[in-house]
Design a protein around this ligand. Structure first.
Ligand code: NAG
Ligand code: NAG
Ligand code: NAG
Ligand code: ZN
Length: 468
């Protein structure tokens, strides 16, 4: 069942974990390419001469990413593989190609008494976090996913203890202001009734004091944007900034630790730098650079957290590569002036109603993307149309960054892992393999002493009519 239709007979090491951590942290940079790391490294090196990145000490293996029926996976099939240990078709969340649900590492952890967190920069019901915490035939069933994450629907009634990210509109009842939900359920009100601390903005979230406030225990639901959270580069310019991924992760870890350190069961948390993938799809090199940098901030935070909390292990790997990033004669300097994403600037541009579009373009838009010295013909191209695409291609040609495809790629991704001391040494030996993506949750399952098959049986006990 766990072998794949695409690469039959691939050698997949059986997970045999020699470690027994109390807590496990899984960090996912969605769509991050090996070349993304070079792009970031050269940029940092230009700024301060230091070319180290946070994962340099911790690569342990490589990972195959294909889905059940495609060499090129999407984030739903890849998320399901990482969450459950099963290949499925692109688009499916927590179910096999025949629609049967599969238990996930998140659900098994909850079931065994662990605390759990999902901390992301996309909407919280987006494919990757959804794969851990819901079962739907298609990733577009966003309302049903949000309801299952809060235990409002679904069969086991499990709830995420710390759910942080974007997606407010899916949690508001249909027809109310800022709602995109497909029915009348008010998931914010429901969460509150269930005892959740609910934050819909930064000032409310700050009452948690990054998880240190004794007065606010778990569970938490914190959603800080109607849609995805802002790209990191746009967030940097906000007067009242959304919290960064690293800050949300720090808050989650503080609270999960505080709630579990006197108990024998710890926590499982999945942290996703979700929007690296979005920036790649947009060929937005500036947004890509900053979201990758934030991913490294998270890795740095988590590795030093583990040095302080040595009963914790972490693993990090991308689900696939996006849009074929290659560097040819790469010179990062033009990226330095970028202050906004193409997405942000496109909406600024489309809202401009003044009479001098050329002046607005050259005095406001181009400097905000670090392109003060765009040529006359580049400016003409932008004025003629396809604003976002042209902006992307101007920064690409001025930096030597190429996006060689439109869509994901099937390249292997690099597996990173870290634990302190002896456990770290065992972890490295255990994971020094070429893996299939389905092998990784099996490893975590064994390390934490969980049973995903038991959850699968529970999910199937009364038929599958409940799966939308
Ligand atoms: C933030 O949320 C709190 C509680 O939900 C609300 O009372 C407050 O008005 C909000 N603040 C802003 C700036 O929207
Ligand atoms: C991934 O790595 C494995 C092992 O080296 C190799 O057999 C496979 O062809 C690679 N897959 C891709 C898509 O590069
Ligand atoms: C299945 O249905 C039976 C009878 O209604 C119920 O007792 C049981 O708890 C259900 N099992 C699950 C896993 O939902
Ligand atoms: Zn993608």
């Amino acid at each position: 069942m766990r072998s794949s239709a695409v690469i039959a007979g691939a050698l997949v090491p059986v997970a045999l974990a020699a470690i027994a951590p109390k807590n496990f942290i899984f960090i996912m940079p969605d769509g991050m390419a090996p070349a993304s790391s070079t792009l970031h490294r050269a940029y940092e090196s230009m700024l301060d001469g230091d070319s180290r990145v946070a994962t340099d000490q911790i690569p342990v293996g490589t990972v195959m990413t294909h889905s059940f029926n495609r060499l090129i996976t999407d984030s739903a099939a890849a998320g399901t593989a990482f969450a459950s240990g099963y290949k499925t078709g692109n688009g499916a969340i927590g179910v096999l190609p025949d629609g049967q649900p599969v238990g996930t590492i998140w659900a098994a952890a909850k079931h065994a008494g662990f605390l759990t967190g999902l901390v992301v920069t996309s909407t919280v019901n987006h494919a990757t976090p959804a794969s851990y915490s819901s079962h739907v035939l298609n990733r577009n069933a966003l309302g049903a996913i949000a309801e299952q994450q809060q235990g409002y629907s679904g069969i086991l009634g499990q709830k995420v203890d710390v759910l942080l990210g974007g997606g407010r509109c899916h949690f508001r009842p249909r027809g109310t202001s800022g709602s995109c939900h497909d029915n009348d359920v008010d998931l914010f009100a429901y969460a509150q009734e269930q005892g959740y601390f609910v934050a819909q903005n930064r000032s409310r979230f700050d009452e948690l004091e990054l998880g240190r406030a004794e007065s606010h225990n778990l569970p938490w639901l914190g959603l800080f944007n109607d849609g995805d959270l802002s790209y990191e580069i746009d967030r940097q310019q906000q007067p009242e900034r959304e919290r960064s991924l690293a800050e949300m992760a720090e808050a989650a870890l503080n609270a999960l630790h505080r709630a579990s350190h006197c108990k024998d069961k710890g926590y499982f948390v999945m942290i996703e730098a979700s929007r690296i993938d979005h920036a790649s799809h947009a060929h937005d090199s500036v947004a890509h650079l900053w979201d990758v940098t934030e991913y490294y901030n998270v890795v740095e935070l988590v590795t030093s957290w583990i040095d302080q909390h040595t009963d914790t292990a972490m693993m990090s790997v991308a689900d696939h590569e996006t849009d074929g990033l290659i560097l040819i004669g790469y010179g990062p300097r033009p990226l330095q002036g970028g202050r906004h994403s193409i997405d942000y600037l496109s909406s600024l541009w489309s809202r401009y109603s003044g009479s001098d579009r050329r002046a607005f373009l050259t005095s406001e838009i181009l400097p905000a993307y670090g392109l003060e010295d765009a040529t006359g013909s580049e400016i003409d191209r932008l004025l003629a149309g396809n604003f976002a695409g042209n902006l992307a291609s101007i920064i690409s040609s001025s930096t030597g960054i190429q996006w060689s495809t439109g869509g994901h790629r099937a390249v292997n991704t690099t597996l990173y892992a870290y634990a302190a001391g002896d456990m770290g040494a065992h972890l490295k030996v255990d994971l020094a393999h070429h893996w299939d993506n389905t092998g990784l949750p099996r490893y975590i399952e064994e390390a934490l002493g969980l049973d995903m098959d038991e959850i699968t049986a529970l999910l199937r006990a009364n038929g599958t009519d409940w799966i939308p």
